[in-house]
Design a protein around this ligand. Structure first.
Ligand code: AMP
Length: 284
């Protein structure tokens, strides 16, 4: 596996692959990899001739009071996981390589889409995400890029950006990978102590409750989200950021649950902010 730290190195390798007529898949990550990331790499390896993963804790998507400085990092372990999964190149740039002196250009969706859900408590987050993902698309020129449905708003926003800016990449969503007890895998789960790890189960339990209610026919979004919120609020270590039902593509609030409705939540467990969601599918 090639380890590239500069944009020029990635470009040179990708140029050679393209010359050979090979397709390229990209898996952007912030590292501290787990089975969720590995599932994206596997999907890319399955669908593309060559796979590039990026490991970069992107400072522009963190707010001033967020966890940029403490975000978990272990590049040696990440490198081993990527190699094992058949990744062909990992791009592991420095902050200076991605944001050189004088950097001043950002990509931002000018609608309410990035202001809903996570955007309410993280106002600059999706501007940072769009900017770094746009840069990664320009650097690796992937045919396909793989993102997890765990970050459903991010996936919808990246899809919108790629469509709006005519980017030559297919953005592909992959299912949420969970721990055996249901907790969605996340690098931030490493922050949880023993008691918090138990309390964090309220997220997946709330998702399971919402899913059950909608599968049993409940279509009133307020009733579903209120029941989910009550379940979470019964846990003393949990503090709800939001529990919302929105259109899965536009992120506009939904009063009725229908095919494609995204029911998403963010919850603080102690100081750790975790997210989870499900998308309602009308099987009828
Ligand atoms: P992150 O390193 O947290 O920025 O995540 C990098 C990519 O992995 C994003 O596309 C995430 O949506 C995806 N991802 C993170 N956790 C999971 C999970 N539990 N299941 C599936 N995809 C995930």
């Amino acid at each position: 596996m090639i380890i590239a730290e500069t944009i020029a190195e990635v470009r040179a390798v990708v140029r050679e692959w393209k010359r050979q007529g090979l397709t390229v898949g990209l898996v952007p990550t912030m590292g501290y990899l787990h089975e969720g990331h590995a599932s994206l790499v596997r999907e890319s390896v399955r669908r593309c001739d060559r796979t590039v993963a990026s490991v970069f804790v992107n400072p522009t998507q963190f707010g001033p009071n967020e966890d940029l400085a403490t975000y978990p990092r272990d590049f040696e372990r990440d490198r081993e996981i990527l190699e094992r999964e058949g990744c062909d190149m990992v791009f592991h740039p420095s902050v200076g390589e991605m944001y050189p002196e004088g950097f001043a250009t950002y990509v931002e969706i000018q609608s309410d889409m990035p202001k809903q859900l996570c955007g309410k408590s993280r106002p600059i987050h999706f501007r940072g995400v769009c900017t770094v993902v746009c840069k990664l698309f320009n650097i690796a020129e992937p045919d396909m890029a793989f993102f997890g449905e765990k970050d459903a708003q991010q996936l919808a926003i990246v899809k919108r950006m790629a469509r709006d800016l005519s980017m030559a990449v297919e953005v592909i969503g992959c299912p949420i990978v969970r721990e055996e007890d249901g907790l969605a895998k996340s690098s931030r789960n490493a922050y949880l102590d023993g008691e918090e790890r138990g309390a964090a189960l309220v997220l997946s339990k709330a998702v399971a409750l919402g899913k059950k209610m909608t599968e049993e026919g409940e279509r009133d979004a307020a009733k579903v989200t209120a029941a989910m919120r009550a379940l979470i609020e019964a846990e003393p270590l949990a503090r709800v950021d939001y529990v919302s039902a929105v259109d899965g593509e536009t992120m506009a609030p939904s009063e009725k649950i229908k095919d494609g409705t995204l029911v998403a939540l963010a919850v603080y467990i102690g100081k750790t902010r975790l997210i989870d969601n499900f998308t309602f599918r009308d099987r009828a």
